[in-house]
Design a protein. Structure first.
Length: 558
């Protein structure tokens, strides 16, 4: 089947030069028997084959499926207006990449090398296989667990049925345990020629992410698996990473997303995709375009989650400015990360000075985080490495897993996780158990809040609301954007009046916020989320048909 095929000959081209990859048709039906008998003889061969795994890593994009960011047009997954596709890269692409991993594992195992030499490179393939299977499980749930490379179109496993998600996730853990054992320490992949290659830290970080996801998904979706067993995997992996002493929070949240935060000198980097100018010593050959320039904006829903400087939510704090009279009031007495995430009016870090409602991609708040004016001015592109897993995520995942596992978390544990992440940005308000009790706060809700404000536009929010089973609450509502103020913009009120809330936050007879003049990006009446259907992606009809019925559709999508 198309989704599982990997042409072995493509592995050869990654050694000879990546320009040849364009001609390798990874999803074409292969010849009956594939062979690459002249390859897989040396560590150089194995390293070169593994380079393909890094090319296949997803690049920079903006995940607009959740409620934290919006683009210029509605996202069909976010607003629930999607349907069963004939084909989909969400299914096919991971399986093609898994095919590459399986081929490397099989061929490397038979290479005329020592076990240590072979295992070093097989570990990379095991890591990426787990990475891609987890991607599939998050979207589809049960998926066919393909653990071999196909050398014949007659292989019956090409039409394999879906494997229970628990079995797939356990395989991910097994793959990552192998990877953790045999991958080098991160300090040993810090040179110019090796930076970006996966390490023990990356394996631990991914195991933390998977364990937390599955532990909470099983719990909140009432699945039959052992939620605590998954949470324990996350806790143990996070502790191994934390106790390794190899990582720390970068001192400057603002500069974390710029060139200042690149490379091994930034101990927050756990797993990155390398960008930047090509070099002879680079881990892989790659383009240098991130193309992040102002492609999205931040919703009011996300803005409202930033705490006030007293550590309280804006709806509880006496320091909150409600209602705001002009745009910049939103920054008054707030978590410093807010000013590091979105622009002030006329801020020169934005091209031409930031002006609300001017080319704002949905009329949300202009996102400052990660945008470099000098890069955009030079070539309209950005070339900073993409942080796929960073240490702050491990710390906040550890805090959440501890609370979910034990039903509580100590102040000392909060200081090492949530409060450390806050303090890095200059936010001095501490979350403690006594503070939460005194102010009617829920510790778990506050840990979840930290994930939202810390990781806006880093691709985590959608997966969080899915695993927590709150998508049905936060997605089918009016998506809100900018506060309108005549003194802050050249946009005339009459031009957008129909999209602004009125006194008390009313819009078309419904209360959607707490004040007037908030721009409504998408009306709630146009947004849907079916909890019986939309927590899983629809499986493409092509995959069901070519499996001859072995693969069945997810509930609600028939």
């Amino acid at each position: 089947m198309k989704r599982y095929i990997f042409k072995s000959i493509c592995a050869i081209s990654v050694v000879c030069g990546f320009t040849a990859l364009a001609s390798c048709e990874l999803d074409r039906e292969p010849e009956t028997v594939l062979a690459d008998n002249t390859f897989w003889k040396s560590e150089t061969d194995l390293r070169g084959a593994c380079n393909k795994l890094y090319v296949d890593l997803p690049g920079f994009d903006h995940d607009k499926r959740a409620d934290d960011i919006v683009g210029s047009s509605p996202n069909s997954t976010s607003n629930g207006n999607w349907s069963v596709p004939a084909t989909a890269g969400d299914w096919t692409n991971p399986y093609n990449k898994i095919g590459v991993c399986n081929n490397i594992i099989e061929k490397a195992a038979a290479a005329p090398l020592s076990d240590a030499q072979k295992n070093r490179w097989m570990a990379e393939a095991y890591f990426f296989r787990a990475y891609h299977f987890f991607d599939l499980v998050k979207k589809y749930g049960d998926v066919p667990l393909i653990l071999k490379a196909f050398d014949s179109t007659e292989d019956p496993d090409i039409k394999m049925a879906r494997t229970p998600r628990e079995q797939v996730i356990q395989q991910c853990y097994d793959d990552l345990r192998f990877a953790e054992e045999w991958l080098p320490d991160i300090d040993n992949v810090s040179s110019a020629s090796d930076w970006g290659r996966v390490s023990k830290s990356a394996a631990r970080g991914l195991m933390t992410r998977i364990g937390l996801y599955e532990g909470t998904f099983v719990k909140y979706h009432s699945l039959s698996g052992d939620s605590k067993a998954h949470l324990k995997v996350a806790i143990d992996a996070a502790e191994r990473l934390i106790n390794s002493g190899k990582h720390a929070l970068y001192s400057n949240f603002q500069k974390l997303f710029y060139f200042d935060g690149e490379g091994r000198q930034n101990k927050e980097n756990v797993f990155v995709k390398v960008y930047g100018p090509n070099g002879a010593g680079a881990t892989i050959t790659h383009g240098n375009s991130r193309q992040l320039e102002n492609g999205v904006s931040v919703t009011r829903q996300a803005i409202n989650q930033f705490l006030c400087t007293d550590g309280l939510p804006r709806e509880k704090s006496q320091l909150a400015v409600i209602p705001e009279t002009q745009y910049d009031d939103v920054f008054t007495n707030r978590d410093p990360r807010l000013a590091m995430t979105i622009y002030h009016t006329k801020e020169e870090a934005y091209k031409g000075g930031y002006q609300p409602f001017s080319n704002q991609h949905g009329n949300g708040y202009g996102i400052k985080k990660g945008f470099m004016l000098d890069e955009w001015t030079t070539n309209s592109k950005e070339s900073v490495d993409k942080m796929i897993i960073r240490y702050a995520e491990v710390l906040l995942s550890y805090a959440e897993a501890l609370y979910e596992y034990n039903g509580s978390i100590s102040d000392a544990q909060l200081d090492k996780t949530v409060n450390a992440v806050r303090a890095r940005s200059g936010f001095t308000a501490r979350l403690t158990n006594d503070f939460a009790k005194a102010n009617g706060l829920n510790i778990l809700d506050e840990i979840r809040r930290e994930r939202l404000v810390e990781f806006i536009d880093e691709g985590l929010r959608y997966n969080d609301i899915i695993r927590w089973k709150i998508a049905e609450k936060v997605l089918p509502v009016s998506i809100l954007g900018l506060k309108y103020s005549e003194v802050d913009t050249s946009t005339k009120r009459e031009d957008i009046q129909a999209r602004l809330t009125t006194e008390g936050g009313m819009f078309k007879g419904q209360k959607v916020t707490d004040q007037a003049d908030i721009y409504v990006i998408e009306e709630g009446s146009t947004r849907n989320f079916d909890p019986a259907r939309d927590y899983y992606y629809p499986i493409p009809t092509y995959e069901i048909a070519t499996s001859e019925g072995s693969v069945v559709q997810n509930p609600g999508w028939n």
